[in-house]
Design a protein around this ligand. Structure first.
Ligand SMILES: *Cc1c(COP(=O)(O)O)cnc(C)c1O
Length: 214
């Protein structure tokens, strides 16, 4: 069922204002929704949309190009296999999910100078997307050397609902970005954006609260 995205965005905007987050950008996560969601985001005045899957970026190429032409940014926020960078190249404005040197090299080869963010994970799970905090500095340096425009860091909080762990992860991410002199921190989703705002996010990635359940 398609929801009223404009109404949901108005509600989200006022929720963010109540949290004192007026300058925080909203990336509307349109993954697993059809092209309608991308168009609805654009019509509602959302200035950036996020996609998670390379194939979906390719399949939605037409609507993504149309909204980019009207000034909406497209952010890639999902795990990205190196051999799928070609499906994303030229179709997005920012790749937020950069977490290894091989991926940086392929992105630089296919989409010179594109804006990226380094995804970091806090907490021990090595199966999770994102690099370890100790790797962030070298990855940022590598991306800069390859000519990429490094905007900042991206983090996905723990998804088990542990608010203390989420706060710790977001606080550590913001501190790391500050230490590296990086302005942007993409953290916070529908269920933890209040914590992200308190920890200094500059960009929340919101899917469910804008477009409904997937
Ligand atoms: C799906 C997803 C989101 C949006 O999650 P919601 O809970 O629907 O708001 C944000 N960031 C990433 C990386 C995602 O995969």
């Amino acid at each position: 069922m398609q929801v009223d995205v404009a109404a949901a965005y108005a509600e989200l905007t006022s929720r963010l204002a109540d949290l004192g987050a007026d300058g925080v950008r909203v990336v509307g996560v349109t993954k697993a929704h059809g092209p309608w969601a991308v168009q609805a985001a654009c019509d509602a005045g959302i200035t950036a949309v996020g996609e998670n899957y390379a194939q979906e970026v390719r399949d939605k190429a037409e609507v993504l190009a149309a909204v980019r032409a009207s000034g909406v940014e497209v952010h890639f926020i999902g795990g990205l296999q190196t051999n799928k960078v070609r499906m994303v190249a030229g179709r997005v404005d920012v790749i937020q999910s950069v977490d290894r040197t091989s991926l940086i090299d392929e992105i630089a080869r296919r989409d010179a100078g594109i804006a990226v963010m380094v995804q970091v994970h806090h907490g021990g799970e090595t199966n999770k997307a994102g690099c370890a905090p100790a790797e962030v500095h070298d990855l940022v340096e590598h991306a800069l050397q390859r000519g990429l425009d490094v905007l900042g860091l991206m983090a996905v909080g723990p998804t088990d609902g542990d608010r203390g762990a989420t706060e710790a992860a977001f606080t550590a991410t913001r501190a790391l970005a500050d230490r590296l002199g990086l302005p942007e921190c993409s953290m916070g989703m529908s269920n933890d954006l209040d914590i992200a705002v308190a920890c200094g996010t500059t960009m929340v990635r919101v899917g469910t609260a804008l477009f409904g359940a997937r």
